[in-house]
Design a protein around this ligand. Structure first.
Ligand SMILES: Nc1nc2c(ncn2[C@@H]2O[C@H](COP(=O)(O)OP(=O)(O)O)[C@@H](O)[C@H]2O)c(=O)[nH]1
Ligand SMILES: [Mg+2]
Length: 268
């Protein structure tokens, strides 16, 4: 589906699907969906629930029964944020959406800032909501999480040689062409690493990536699913890709050929 003239079911960038992955977000899901529909009434929503034991999926079904803009994808068991987004992207592309948005359920990403992301998408193919560019902020985040996020982004910039302030964040808007190009189904990682992988693939496929400042708030209700294994995975994978990338650059220089535009295929 192309981005035709705006009507009540589309924005200037076309039809938008906001994908919200959930695991045990019973106390957050209704609030985040309402805020999203108020902020961008023309957007549709896809909740991807991994069989939350706390009944989040049932609440989502009840909301979907009341409003055609809300859809629910039920998956059997907790399989991680990355796998939930892959299923959500598959669903959204098959349903013909022009723009696919990633957003957390816990209120850390403010739906009221979605219009700013969508507006920037008029000049880009992928827009990242960024905590670490001028104007970006974090509220009430434990110092340890802030240090981890800043450190992870610094490390990613150095290892991969990319200039982005916040490549680990999960509040973003993709034009469908990006997802059609980057083979996201092959991304096996979770959390931070999943986000870095997607943006790196987009850059290496030549898409325009823009960052817009966001205010990121710590979750008020429910528990974080962040874990040490997610951090270790990100560190390991980014190091591996970085080493491979540098090796490829060195090989190119030694052979005296111009740098290839393609991403090192071996890392997939
Ligand atoms: N479907 C699904 N959603 C998940 C999973 N893990 C985390 N989420 C959701 O992903 C979003 C971000 O997770 P969160 O726990 O807030 O991570 P944090 O912000 O890094 O502390 C929230 O909406 C979670 O409910 C998962 O395994 N499956
Ligand atoms: Mg969170």
């Amino acid at each position: 589906m192309s981005a035709g003239p705006a009507d009540e079911t589309s924005t200037p960038v076309g039809r938008v699907l906001v994908i919200i992955p959930t695991y045990n977000e019973r106390d957050n899901i209704e609030i985040i969906v309402e805020r999203t529909m108020t902020a961008v009434p023309s957007a549709n929503i896809l909740i991807v629930d991994d069989g939350s034991p706390d009944g989040t999926g049932k609440i989502a079904d009840a909301m979907a029964a009341e409003d055609d803009r809300i859809n629910v994808l039920h998956r059997k068991a907790k399989a991680g944020l990355g796998a939930a987004y892959i299923a959500g992207f598959d669903w959204g592309l098959a349903a013909g959406y022009d723009v696919l948005v990633e957003m957390d359920a816990d209120g850390s990403h403010a739906p009221e800032q979605l219009p700013s992301l969508l507006s920037a998408l008029q000049r880009a193919d992928l827009v990242l909501g960024s905590r670490w560019v001028p104007g970006g902020r974090v509220l009430d985040w434990p110092r340890s999480r802030e240090i981890l996020s800043r450190g992870a982004n610094l490390y990613t910039r150095l290892a991969l040689g990319i200039k982005l302030g916040d490549s680990t964040g999960g509040f973003r808007a993709y034009r469908r062409a990006v997802l059609e190009s980057i083979d996201y189904q092959a991304v096996a990682s979770e959390g931070y690493c999943f986000q870095v992988d997607l943006v790196w693939r987009a850059l290496e496929d030549g898409f325009r990536v823009l960052e817009v400042p966001i205010t990121f708030a710590n979750r008020e209700r429910g528990d974080s699913k962040m874990s040490g294994s997610i951090v270790r995975e990100a560190l390991l994978m980014v190091t591996k890709w970085g080493a491979q990338h540098r090796l490829d650059q060195a090989r190119t220089v030694l052979r005296g050929r111009p740098a290839s535009a393609g991403r090192p295929r071996g890392r997939r």
